[in-house]
Design a protein around this ligand. Structure first.
Ligand code: 0O2
Length: 240
């Protein structure tokens, strides 16, 4: 199942980098960049579809060969012009189309919600072993969570997209995480988004505790999976 997510505009995030917080003015001042970005949308959409298809094929194959679906569901979204501008200002990138292509690699984003931690790493290895997938950057926030408690495996990869002018390698950000990691990330995002102000130290500490509990749950579920696989293999051996 693929969920098409709408990129959400966060006025607080914009106001922190663009003091007037006036989105219309920001867009008007950067009309040429926005216009040139909009002309690239088919390429980024193509890359996002290409990546989703690759993941669906892997999930189907797992299901057939191993009787197990590693993917719970997929989500995908294109970054909106406003959040692209917000990120470029925040990072200090020049507001030009060349700088956007060179520096912003998460315009096309696919989120892969897996059942178990082992699914995350297996899928990532399989994806990266494909000839036409080139790895630009890998950040393992599962092994080393962010200070907020956030956990996920992030890959920035390029995939070829065939356009009327030839083929181009377009970057896609792939975020792989378990259902448990996703619950935490969604609720944390929702809480911080809704409160509309910097979360208190107490709130941050409580969220970090919840992230620890979520990590513990993932570890237990992984152990249960491995135990159940070992029992199934032993039963199989006893029958044959
Ligand atoms: P969206 O709408 O999800 O795209 P950046 O953080 O963007 O300045 P970088 O290096 O691209 O720079 O970021 P990072 O931290 O490797 O990954 C960014 C994305 O990871 C975020 O995208 C979130 O989706 C997710 N993420 C990272 N940290 C957290 C966190 O603490 N909590 C939650 N809930 N998600 C996190 P965007 O751009 O914020 O938004």
């Amino acid at each position: 199942m693929i969920l098409e997510k709408k990129a959400r505009f966060n006025p607080t995030k914009l106001a922190s980098v663009y003091p007037s917080g006036d989105l219309d003015l920001l867009i008007a001042r950067n009309a040429e960049l926005v216009d040139r970005y909009l002309r690239l949308v088919p390429s980024y959409n193509g890359a996002m579809s290409e990546m989703s298809t690759k993941l669906e094929v892997l999930d189907d194959e797992f299901s057939l060969l191993l009787d197990h679906n590693p993917i719970h569901h997929l989500e995908r979204r294109l970054k909106s012009p406003s959040s692209i501008l917000e990120k470029m200002i925040r990072k200090g990138y020049p507001l030009t189309i060349d700088s956007l292509k060179e520096n912003v690699h998460d315009i096309a984003g696919v989120r892969v919600i897996c059942n178990y931690i082992s699914d995350v790493y297996q899928l990532s290895d399989m994806l990266l072993s494909q000839d036409d997938v080139q790895l630009m950057r890998r950040i393992d926030y599962i092994e080393t969570p962010k200070p907020s408690g956030y956990r996920s495996l992030h890959l920035i990869v390029t995939v070829p997209v065939h356009l009327s002018t030839g083929s181009e390698h377009i970057p896609v950000e792939v975020q792989l995480r378990t259902v448990t990691m996703d619950v935490w990330a969604s609720l944390e995002h929702e809480l911080n988004y809704k409160t509309d102000h910097t979360p208190s130290e107490e709130m941050k500490a409580r969220l970090i505790n919840c992230a620890g509990a979520a990590a513990e749950l993932d570890r237990h579920m992984e152990e249960l999976l491995q135990t159940s696989r070992s029992s199934a293999a032993a039963d199989q051996q006893a029958v044959s």
